[in-house]
Each structure stands twice: as C-alpha cells, then as structure tokens.
Design a protein around this ligand. Structure first.
Ligand code: BES
Ligand code: ZN
Length: 398
C-alpha cells in the first residue's frame, strides 16, 4: 500500500512535468485490456476518442511522452495485447473502423509461384553462413547505450547499419543504400538490389533496429536490445553478406529494411509500407525478423499466425522443412506485435518467423538485461533464421 502511494505520487509529479515538456499528441489504437490497464492501473493521462465494439479496439489521444509508458505496461503484463500509434486522426479512425483484415491476409500477387526449384543452389549459400558474424553484429548494435528513436544513439546506430550495409555492397552498381526519413530524427535504412529481369516485382526482408527500456525518458535509459531486435538485423546483415559474397544477381528486386521506431508503435514501418502503397509498388512478399536468438520453446521456429498471410506462411513452412530442417510450429501474438502488421494493413503478404511461441519469448526484452550474454554470447538460434532468410530470398527473387 505504502509503495502504491509513493509510486502514485512519483508518477503524478513526474507525469505533470513530462506533459508540460511535450506538446506533441499522438492518436493510439489499442486493445481494450491494455487501455484499461493504462487508464486505471497506470494512471496514464489520455483522452478517450472512441471504440470499435466488434474488434474490442479503443482509440485514445495521448501525449507522445506516454508512448513509452504503454510499451512498459504492456511488457510488465505480458498477457496484455498491443497498440499502434497514428499521427493523424484520420489514419487512426480508418484503422479503428476496420472490422478485420482477414481478406488481405489471403492475397498473393498472381505472378508468385511457390514451387521450390532452387534445391541445387540453396545448400551452397547456406553453407557460407557464419555464426560469428551474427554474434559480431549483435555485439556492435547492443554496445550502443540504446537505439531509442528519439536519442542521439538511436540516430548513430542507424548510421552504423547504413555504413555496414554500404561496405557489403562494395560499389556494386545495382545496389543502393539509403535513409528513409521520418517525422523524428531516427531514419529507417533501406538497401535495394535491383532485379535484373523483373525489377518491378519486389521482395522485402526487414526488421526493426530501434530499442526501448523503462517507463519514460527512453532516450536516457540503457536499452541494449540484443535479442529485440539486434538479432533480427544481424540475421539480415549476414544474409546480405552471403548473397553478395556468392555474387548473387536476383531476377526480382530485393529490399532489405532496418525500420526505425517500431517500439513506439510501428512508426517506421508504417511510413515505409504506406509509401510503397502510395507508389503502387508491387511487393510480392515480406518477411519480418524480430527476435531470433532466444530458444524459449520446444520447437525451433514459430510462424506467427495473426496479421500475416496464410499462404505465404504455408510456403515458409515448406522452406523450413526442405532447407532449414528444424522443427516448427505456429503461434499468435493477438495483436500487431511487429512491423509485418504495417505491411498486412496495406494488403501486402507478410510473415513473421519467431524465436519461440508468442508467450515463451526472451523475458529480458525491453530492459537493460537484453544482452548477448543471455545466450552465452552465441547466436546458434539465429543461424536457423539466416538459413530461412536465404532460402526465402533465393526461392522468391528468382
Ligand atoms: N519484438 C517485439 C514483439 C514481440 C514481443 C512479439 C514478444 C512476440 C512476443 C516488438 O519489438 C515489440 O515490442 N512490439 C510491441 C508492440 C508495438 C506495436 C509497439 C509490443 O509487443 O509491445
Ligand atoms: Zn520490442
């Protein structure tokens, strides 16, 4: 009780000073359970703007400083579901009014053929994967004090990825590495390998590189984010290295994306996916890698079943069976738990192969303890995801 009074007092004093510091307001759609927790247990100042009774999603308006608080409360209570941040009331209302996104979850562009044909090539590429490279990249990224979307380290870490990927590109004329700018300082980083035969058909391999920890003031908290999600970025980086090492020239265009500000409500990926949709780009498949290095469950890989494309998930299952040769299952987040949801919301086929079931994930995420030492400074689990990413690229960009 005493603790409750003190913490409430602390919260009240702190929240008043925070809200006078930040004027920026965001609209947030969130599941009802998280809404109630934030309002009644967390005392988060917010205004109620509406509710969709069919989906149980609530719309609120809150000061941007409290986005971190939502994230914190959510992970203190792993049973609570999630939230998505919107810049405009229109975008938020559109999202709120959707009854379901099931229809878009079934769509696959007609040019896609999921028949496996690269059996001769894929094992040769997979043989080049080095666990030590994945370890090395996780180390480099988790050494940043944090990669928070509004901190200076958050911006520097984007620069580190851009530089790393540019070095791997090694001046190849068909490759560009660029910054995708947002309304906040941290950019997303996009590497594009232009397809030699079908450049207008695009494959996306992505993951977020930002990290978060703590109640507020995220910019000053230690947030190594080794598993969430240096591990995903490191798998993507090793995939790029192997493809280029093998002198690979894809038929279709491939975009490798390190998204900014996922932890603030999928902000970076939403900007990128909306932009692709606006340009009417033909994205034929999206694989999201978010948390790959902690083996929390019996099976090796779990395909997240909600906010993802059923047919692409089935295809990825056959890739695991044929090329990765490990056990896999399915699991549901219950909400748009990562950047794949931004693509699904735009009608693009997206999947999320995950490190464990949605419940048995690495308990250290979103804290100062999300370190590589949790996995004994190894990345064996991540290697399975690198194999899968290579198989996905070689079978779909052909
Ligand atoms: N890597 C997590 C997503 C995750 C965590 C999936 C645990 C499955 C199990 C991601 O970075 C994250 O933290 N997402 C947020 C939601 C987002 C919309 C802010 C979350 O889960 O709270
Ligand atoms: Zn996270």
């Amino acid at each position: 009780m005493f603790y409750l009074i003190i913490s409430t007092l602390f919260f009240t004093i702190f929240s008043t000073s925070i809200s006078s510091l930040h004027a920026e307001e965001f609209w947030v759609t969130l599941t009802n359970d998280l809404y109630k927790n934030a309002k009644y247990q967390g005392n988060v100042p917010m205004s109620y703007e509406g509710e969709n009774y069919k989906t149980g999603i609530t719309l609120i308006k809150i000061d941007s400083a409290y986005i971190d608080t939502l994230s914190y409360l959510k992970h203190k209570n792993p049973k609570l579901q999630g939230f998505i941040t919107h810049y405009t009331i229109n975008e938020a209302r559109n999202f709120l009014n959707k009854d379901s996104i099931n229809e878009s979850q079934q769509f696959i562009p007609p040019s896609v053929d999921y028949t496996l044909t690269q059996e001769a090539l894929i094992p040769q590429f997979i043989a080049e994967i080095k666990e030590s490279n994945i370890v090395d990249t996780i180390k480099n990224l988790s050494d940043f004090f944090n990669r928070y979307y509004k901190s200076t380290w958050g911006t520097q870490s984007a620069g580190w990825i851009k530089n790393k990927w540019s070095t791997l590109a090694n001046g190849r004329a068909d490759i560009t590495v660029s910054e995708f700018k947002h309304q906040f300082a941290q950019p997303s980083i996009i590497m594009t390998i232009k397809g030699k035969d079908k450049p207008n058909e695009i494959l996306v391999l992505g993951g977020h590189f930002d990290s978060i920890a703590g109640y507020f003031g995220g910019a000053n908290n230690r947030a190594p984010g080794a598993d969430d999600n240096a591990s995903g970025i490191s798998v993507i980086t090793e995939t790029i290295r192997v493809l280029l090492e093998k002198n690979y020239y894809p038929s279709r265009t491939i975009m490798f994306i390190a998204y900014a500000a996922e932890e603030a409500g999928l902000l970076g990926s939403k900007d990128v996916a909306n932009d692709c949709k606006k340009k009417n780009l033909n994205i034929i498949g999206v694989m999201q890698l978010d948390m790959t290095n902690y083996k929390g469950s019996e099976k090796d890989i779990y395909l997240i079943s909600d906010n993802t494309n059923v047919r692409q998930n089935t295809f990825i299952g056959t890739l695991i069976d044929n090329y990765v040769k490990v056990s896999w299952g399915q699991s549901a987040c219950g909400y748009g738990c990562s950047d794949h949801a931004s693509w699904t919301a735009n009608g693009y086929p997206a999947s999320l192969p995950f490190e464990s079931t949605a419940e048995e994930y690495n308990p250290n995420i979103h804290s100062e303890n999300d370190l590589l030492s949790v996995t004994n400074n190894r990345a064996d689990h991540s290697v399975k995801f690198a194999k899968l990413a290579i198989a996905y690229v070689l079978e779909l960009a052909k």
